[in-house]
Design a protein around this ligand. Structure first.
Ligand SMILES: [Zn+2]
Length: 209
């Protein structure tokens, strides 16, 4: 009874599996971390990591195509780390201990995704990117202004629909406003407490006697 259904399912699944294997072989997903300047030689600590992220550098997981040339890797890194354009080239590093970084030796044709994934011995370590000639700006990346097509989300504090690109800033202001309003509502709470006073008094009297 179930046989025809099962056969169809298997037949349908097979090409999907092949496709997944195929894409797995040609792309390489890796965690990079872009550093701020040419003299950095230590693994960034937690506060530094946060600063780097806020400035558009720091850790990012990138899916890159294997078997491409060094130009491809450079363009991909610059696309995800636009500030790296000001660095005057880059070198790649990995941690040599818990706190120190060492340069990954650069092959004659430059760093390629194939070299990084198959020959560099990086394994599962984070690949650090260090600008070669210049310090990168550590100014925060400006958040983009919401366009009219921007997705909106309801603010859980005030119930208004806010474009998601400005929701974080809105929440900050909205919560402050909300706390301010609660302060003004204080007399209502005082009235409620007054009603409870007789019970409170008798309880205290009982405890004291
Ligand atoms: Zn709100």
């Amino acid at each position: 009874m179930f046989a025809p259904y099962n056969t169809n399912l298997t037949a349908y699944r097979r090409p999907q599996t092949k496709f997944q294997r195929h894409t797995f072989k040609t792309t390489w997903t890796y965690k990079f971390c872009c550093l701020g300047g040419p003299n950095e030689d230590e693994v960034p600590d937690k506060p530094m990591k946060r600063i780097l992220i806020e400035t558009g550098l720091g850790e990012k997981k990138l899916a890159l195509v294997k078997n491409k040339d060094a130009e491809y890797l450079r363009d991909a890194l610059l696309e995800h780390y636009p500030k790296l354009k000001d660095g005057g080239g880059y070198e790649l590093m990995r941690s040599s201990s818990r706190t120190l970084l060492e340069t990954i030796s650069i092959p004659s044709c430059g760093y390629t995704t194939h070299y990084l994934s198959d020959e560099s011995g990086l394994g599962s370590a984070i690949c650090y990117i260090r600008p070669l000639q210049a310090q990168l700006s550590l100014d925060a990346v400006e958040r983009s202004e919401p366009s009219e097509f921007c997705l909106k989300e309801v603010c859980k504090v005030c119930g208004e629909k806010i474009p998601i690109v400005s929701l974080r800033d809105h929440l900050f202001e909205c919560k402050e406003q909300c706390e301010h309003d609660q302060m003004e509502d204080m007399p209502v709470i005082t009235k409620r407490q007054k009603r409870l006073e007789p019970i409170h008094d008798s309880a205290c009297v009982r405890l004291n006697s």
